[in-house]
Design a protein around this ligand. Structure first.
Ligand code: TXE
Length: 491
């Protein structure tokens, strides 16, 4: 059994009430680790440590370049630990080791990108409309950041918050998901090795109640960066009524992939496969509504089904596995319910829709392709967070765009076509934070990431992320040789 600890104020510790909860390996259904569930008192201690570190001690005295150096060191240590951190993430969340290890290694590039930005965060000098005044702005850290991270890409979703937050001089309390707390609690050892002043980075875990609630409503929290589901986001936003902290929300979606008759067929099939079955479909940018133009619709469905049926499902730690289990049994139960409801509503089950044979211990589900007559079918409406592709037919470009935009979400979109004018028309018309053309699921530290509508607000990555974690200070300096005028003397 692996026993993890919280990391508060530079020390590893247990929860104040001594309680621990169990974490299950989704590939086997067996408990493999335990973690302390942070209490309100633990949350309070972590936030106070972060508050102290923000204004006292070594952290606020560092130059921006020195902060950047610490982030470079973090990047190097993450790169060294990538294989082990990836294995822990796979064991705890069921996500494929090939993905978690590669993602942990790429996470180092996120820290490097933000390390480089640390001393490039600058304000403006203003050509002010008054004599004898010199006015300039600086970008200041917002303060104590609460970073709430789900289980589906933990190292990555932590880097997109912690990288820009630290580069800008903030301090952070990271809350790891109770579904898979181990990777981030293991990451605390890497944080400890970097040598940040105590309290700059704190790592806790626990359930929404009390841990998530206590953290997001804490009066000393100045900013909340949240990735998770829409319903939880509503609680988070409601909690911030207590501290009025601005909130960045990254909430997943029901992203469309539009495949036109003139598309490169192989590329479009690969886009749909990657968008739906990569990470067992447990990806916020899953392209789970695939719209295919009539001319190639039947051929496309046949090929996608053939490819889905070839996917090797199994132990996510094994090198030759292509798809692992779902992260929780509740997740699989819900997918089964929605697929059953969708077929009852008239969807055709082209393939999948069942648990794979011989993998009874873990929470596995077959790659599934549903042919949907319209978007009244439930699988086209709700985020399933599983390997379920809903395919719909369209005739005209306008029809495709209208159908693609018929959703509350707006995170990603894929467009597959060879027509360059259509590329511009369609990517302009689609309401989503990201559009991929003839590719899908690409991310980079350099490119802003985030959504429209119920997919969230604010942007992670790129220079935009720095703006999310800084606030403007305006400095007015009287340069006159005369003292400031008496406000009650009328001239
Ligand atoms: O996420 P939750 P869950 C979607 C996906 C999935 C659904 C539910 O559709 O099926 O959300 O997943 C913490 N105050 N996404 O239940 O509940 C919680 O402890 C503060 C999309 O796993 O949103 C965890 O650390 N925090 C997605 C985090 O919120 C609270 C990724 C996320 O958990 C809280 C994951 C509270 N009151 C799920 N209650 C994406 N955008 O990629 C819970 N939490």
């Amino acid at each position: 059994m692996n026993e993890y600890q919280l990391y508060i104020d530079g020390e590893f510790c247990e929860a104040s009430d001594g309680n621990r909860f169990e974490s299950t390996n989704p590939a086997t259904g067996e408990v493999w680790a335990t973690a302390p569930g942070a209490t309100e008192a633990d949350v309070d201690r972590a936030v106070r440590a972060a508050k102290r570190a923000l204004t006292e001690g070594d952290w606020p005295a560092l130059t921006a370049t020195q902060r950047g150096r610490l982030l470079y060191r973090l990047a190097d240590l993450v790169a060294e630990a990538a294989h082990d951190l990836g294995s822990i993430e796979t064991t705890d969340s069921g996500k494929l080791a090939a993905e978690t290890r590669a993602q942990s290694a790429y996470v180092a590039d996120y820290y490097r990108y933000f390390a480089g930005l640390a001393d490039k965060i600058q304000g403006d000098t203003l050509p002010i409309d008054k004599p004898d005044l010199h006015v300039f702005t600086t970008r200041e850290p917002v303060g104590v950041v609460a970073a709430i991270v789900p289980w589906n890409a933990e190292m990555f979703l932590t880097a997109t918050k912690v990288g820009p937050a630290l580069a800008a001089g903030n301090t952070v309390v990271i809350k790891a998901s109770e579904v898979a707390p181990a990777p981030l609690l293991a990451f605390a050892r890497v944080i400890d090795e970097v040598g940040f002043p105590p309290g700059v980075v704190n790592l806790i875990t626990g359930f929404g109640e009390p841990c998530g609630r206590a953290l997001t409503s804490h009066p000393m929290v100045d900013k909340v960066a949240f990735t998770g589901g829409v319903e939880t986001a509503r609680h988070v936003v409601a909690n911030t009524v207590h501290n009025l902290a601005p909130v960045t929300l990254e909430l997943g979606g029901k992203s469309p992939i539009l495949v036109f008759d003139d598309a490169d067929f192989e590329g479009a099939v690969n886009g749909a496969i990657a968008g739906n079955f990569g990470a067992s479909g447990q990806s916020c940018v899953a392209g789970s509504r695939v719209f295919v133009q009539s001319g190639i619709h039947d051929e496309f469905v046949a090929e996608v089904v053939r490819r889905a049926e070839q996917i090797r499902i199994g132990d996510p730690l094994a090198d030759d596995t292509q798809m692992g289990p779902l992260a929780t049994v509740a997740q699989r139960d819900r997918i089964e319910d929605v697929v059953a409801e969708s077929t009852a509503q008239g969807a055709t089950l082209h393939t999948g829709g069942r648990r794979p044979e011989g993998l009874d211990d873990g929470w596995y589900y077959q790659p599934t392709v549903l042919g949907c007559p319209d978007q009244d079918v439930r699988s086209t409406r709700v985020e399933l967070f599983g390997p379920v592709m809903s395919v719909l037919r369209f005739d005209t470009e306008d029809e495709a765009v209208t159908m693609a935009n018929d959703t509350e979400f707006g995170l990603g979109a894929g467009v597959f076509t060879r027509d360059v004018s259509r590329v511009h028309r369609v990517s302009r018309a689609i309401r989503s934070g990201i559009v991929w053309v003839n590719t899908y699921r690409a991310v980079s530290p350099i490119a802003p990431f985030g959504g429209f509508g119920d997919s969230g607000s604010g942007r992670e990555a790129g220079m935009d992320a720095i703006h999310e974690f800084t606030t403007t200070k305006t400095v007015w300096i009287n340069t006159s040789t005369e003292p400031m005028a008496n406000p009650f003397t009328i001239r």
